[in-house]
Design a binder for this molecule. Structure first.
Ligand code: ATP
Length: 442
């Protein structure tokens, strides 16, 4: 399948099956934001839960946080965002479209109208959304929608450290919305003006920062492969010196092979003591840490893995999407679309499918649904032929289907059908939940 085709098919599937809808669609859309539908919200929530599980739940050195989107404007002065969070912007004099100067094609032609050398001088454009807090719209009431979640972590460093009594090396993790007035949003949910980040700040003794940077690069790469992204579609790309932000000594991006080429999924940066030292300076609060054991005081250095929940969701969707020819049971083949999502990411874990809508089967199907529902996200589908219902579940990545047929009434057994192998096995209803759990976790 051609790569652009694949993108188009995934976008179509997302719309058709309730994964992702264009925002404000009945008003003609609002370019640059998207809404996650009934299945999409489950998928994205699973992505965030998988991140939280690996970063917070399974570790004893990282704690969580949920800080506010609106913060004191001083935060953004201290962080450098007011002065330097800018992209170079150019206009095409011919068609009036705007572009990021650093993303123009080498040919010098306008990507919209094709006119050569038609661009204005680049000027810096701050990406932060401004708003006003309170009833008066003046300079004193300006506030910003946060462009990253990280600063909420830095300003709470001391609160989190003292209340949990954690000692460096330790981290603070946060998932939440961020906003950037991107000049050129696009590529579906890859670049939007409102998006969700999954960020963790790991505070370490200064002399250990290089080691921890390496550790987090490897850890974060492995998170994506463990959840099913093939290694050939993933790479860790260290930044060249001229690419580094002013505060960073080392940065690597985890990149995914999107249909349009390699693109950033996540950045891992060694930020040194930049953030804590800036916030100490601007707030007048001493944010250093006193290491009792070695009787010394220091500003911890910070390693930051900063990922995007939307970009990760898109990468999981793209790498899971497959069309294949399968046996149609009548001596021929037919095409099926299947999302080979990792079971922990799949929106629906198990579909319960009574073979017919006949009254005799429905009570058993209801009984099975009631058995599974408290533990697993399930879907009960009664409409259409059983083959069509399997295909519908395949295309949204449901790992397992449980089919209730007329024999079930006699033998109290059902058929489990596997999404990937399409193999079927009959199992007793007693023990069904355990069997499904084993299969989903294996
Ligand atoms: P890019 O170079 O693509 O603009 P960035 O380097 O500015 O990204 P970071 O500031 O490192 O991005 O943000 C961390 C993560 O947040 C990114 O790796 C990405 O997954 C996500 N992210 C950043 N900007 C956007 C956006 N406009 N839309 C969706 N996700 C985003």
């Amino acid at each position: 399948m051609a790569k652009n085709d694949q993108m188009e098919r995934v976008v179509n599937l997302a719309k058709r099956r309730g994964l992702v809808f264009p925002s404000s669609e009945i008003y003609g859309g609002f370019r640059s934001t998207w809404d996650y539908g009934p299945l999409g919200v489950l998928l994205k929530r699973n992505v965030k839960d998988a991140w939280w599980r690996s970063m917070v739940q399974l570790r004893d050195d990282i704690v969580g946080l949920d800080s506010a989107i609106l913060m004191a404007p001083k935060v953004w002065e201290a962080s450098g965002h007011v002065a330097t969070f800018t992209d170079p912007l150019v206009d095409c004099r011919n068609c009036k479209e705007r572009f990021r100067a650093d993303q123009l094609p080498e040919s010098g032609a306008c990507p919209n109208c094709g006119m050569k050398d038609s661009f204005t001088e680049a000027r810096n454009f701050n990406l932060m959304f401004k708003t006003y807090v309170g009833p008066v719209e003046d300079d004193a009431s300006v506030a910003y929608l946060r462009p990253e979640t990280a600063q909420g972590i830095f300003v709470n460093f001391q609160n989190a450290q003292t209340t949990t009594r954690k000692k460096p090396p330790f981290g603070i993790a946060q998932i939440g919305k961020s906003f950037r007035n991107e000049i050129t949003p696009g590529n579906f949910v890859f670049r939007t003006r409102e998006f969700e980040q999954m960020e963790m700040e790991y505070f370490v003794p200064p002399e250990d920062s290089a080691r921890w940077y390496e550790y987090w690069c490897q850890e974060r790469y492995r998170w994506y492969t463990d959840l099913g992204i093939p290694e050939e579609q993933l790479r860790l790309r260290p930044h060249a010196t001229e690419e580094l932000s002013h505060y960073s000594t080392e940065t690597s991006d985890v990149e995914f092979m999107y249909p349009w080429g390699w693109g950033e999924l996540e950045g891992i940066a060694n930020r040194g003591d930049y953030d804590l030292s800036q916030h100490s300076k601007f707030s007048g609060q001493d944010l250093s840490y006193y290491d009792q054991e070695h009787d010394r005081r220091y500003l911890p250095h910070v390693i930051e893995p900063a990922a995007g929940a939307d970009r990760a969701t898109l990468a999981f969707l793209l790498s899971a999407y497959e069309e294949e020819d399968v046996d149609n049971g009548k001596g021929g083949t037919e095409q099926r679309t299947v999302l080979r999502l990792h079971p922990s990411l799949a929106p629906i874990k198990v579909a319960v499918l009574p073979l017919s809508k006949k009254e005799t089967l429905m009570p058993v199907a209801d009984e099975i649904a009631a058995l599974l529902r408290p533990e697993l996200m399930i879907d009960v589908d009664v409409a259409g032929s059983i083959g069509r219902r399997y295909r519908r579940q395949d295309e949204v990545g449901t790992p397992l289907c449980v089919t209730v047929d007329f024999d079930t009434l006699d033998d109290r057994a059902v058929t489990i059908r596997d999404r990937d192998s399409m193999s079927q096995e009959r199992v007793p209803i007693d023990g069904l939940l355990g069997e499904l759990r084993d299969r989903l976790n294996s």
